[in-house]
Design a protein around this ligand. Structure first.
Ligand SMILES: Cc1ncc(COP(=O)(O)O)c(C=O)c1O
Length: 379
């Protein structure tokens, strides 16, 4: 039988139909009780009560950058084109486009050539008096050096943002993702471990940012009921916000899927552990080393092979989908003015990285077949 093993698959629990229909016919499909219930469960899971759901992860990044850039002037939108944010090009473009749409400059830092995660030493070299935030992306769900980066940020009075779009379920130094930096963003987009069709989560360190985020996700308007105030006719809006909130339809889907998070993460981890041992005696296949300070969520399993494009083609012929998933995005025309040729780690990572199927849908038989094919075609 011909194989057809996808790199990504949408996880949609079978139990969803009735709860979804209930919401659809409830007369309330906007941000309502289902969002509140989902947030309650998420706060418990992440052990962080400063959490808001949003309509996608990109909105979470936009809000995080907005708050980091406008700490002193919360009532105005950032338009100071001297502001800089240090970030990585080894990520989805969604990490970086909200930086320019917030009116800030991008400063690229280099990455580790194997993990793809941002290099703390290079971050420190790139800090200037204009730096307002540092962005870390946990490639594939494997933690960056979060503590070291936060220590650097603290030294210079800079905010930290974790783009944890790949990282629901990740742990670092004994705590779940979402408890280490000023802002952490999770994506609940279609092909993530857990989906709400589209959705995002923003977690924050401070109570003030949490209160601000609750306002900014809905135009800056306070949605809580106030006695004597006519519904929808707010008294005053102090800061212009966005339409970034989650709705009850997405929330009920996210909430039902979320009940399966532990089993999903553990299937990803088991498959990753299998590949770690299958590839360990092959010098030509380099794997991302196991994180000593935590546990990866293994949204991606990344290998490095010198004949990457050929391996990708051969795997496709074997019915196995593989991909780079994201390639460096500093070379896009939209980022031209920030280009920096001196990023050797980015160069190296980008030349050899390849992601192979690792998720909950990969059976024991599939993973053996995938490992055999990778070994066979790597040169
Ligand atoms: C690293 C990274 N950051 C941000 C995003 C954006 O998340 P969303 O699609 O939920 O807006 C993605 C993509 O899904 C991503 O992979």
């Amino acid at each position: 039988m011909t194989k057809n093993i996808p790199l990504f698959k949408v996880y949609m629990t079978q139990d969803i139909d009735n709860s979804l229909l209930d919401v659809l016919h409830s007369g309330y499909v906007g941000e309502g009780p289902k969002v509140a219930e989902f947030e309650k469960n998420l706060k418990k899971y992440f052990c962080n009560s400063h959490l808001v759901t949003l309509n996608n992860g990109t909105a979470g990044l936009h809000l995080a950058y907005h708050m980091a850039l406008n700490q002193d002037k919360p009532k105005s939108w950032c338009n100071n084109n001297e502001n800089e944010i240090i970030t990585t090009p080894i990520t989805c473009t969604a990490t970086n486009t909200p930086i320019i749409s917030n009116g800030a400059k991008i400063v690229w830092a280099d990455v580790d050539p194997i993990t793809g995660n941002i290099d703390p030493a290079d971050i420190e070299q790139k800090i200037t008096k204009y730096t307002k935030a540092i962005v870390m992306v946990h490639w594939g769900g494997t933690p960056c050096e979060i503590e070291r980066i936060n220590n650097i940020a603290k030294k210079y009075g800079i905010k930290t943002v974790e783009d944890g779009a790949h990282s629901i379920g990740m742990e670092y130094k004994g705590n779940k993702v979402g408890n280490h930096s000023d802002y952490t963003v999770i994506s609940l987009q279609a092909i993530k471990h857990i989906t709400s069709v589209d959705g995002g989560i923003l977690m924050m360190r401070s109570e003030a940012d949490y209160q601000r985020a609750k306002l900014l996700r809905w135009y800056g308007i306070d949605r809580t009921e106030h006695e004597g105030v006519d519904l929808r006719c707010e008294l005053d809006v102090a800061e212009a916000g966005y339409k970034f909130h989650m709705n009850d339809v997405c929330a009920v889907i996210g909430n039902e899927n979320f009940k399966h998070i532990d089993e999903i993460i553990s299937l990803h981890r088991n498959n990753a552990a299998f590949y770690d041992s299958a590839f360990k005696s092959y010098d030509k296949i380099k794997c991302v080393p196991k994180c000593e300070d935590g546990q990866s969520a293994y949204w991606l399993y990344t290998i490095h092979v010198n004949n990457r494009d050929e391996v990708m083609k051969k795997l496709a012929e074997c019915g196995i989908m593989s991909s780079k998933v994201h390639s460096r995005n500093d070379t896009h025309s939209m980022f031209r003015e920030f280009y920096n040729a001196d990023l050797p780690g980015v160069e190296q990572f980008n030349a050899t990285h390849l992601c192979i199927p690792v998720g909950w849908w990969v059976s024991k038989e599939d993973r053996e077949y995938i490992a055999d094919c990778v070994i066979k075609y790597t040169k």
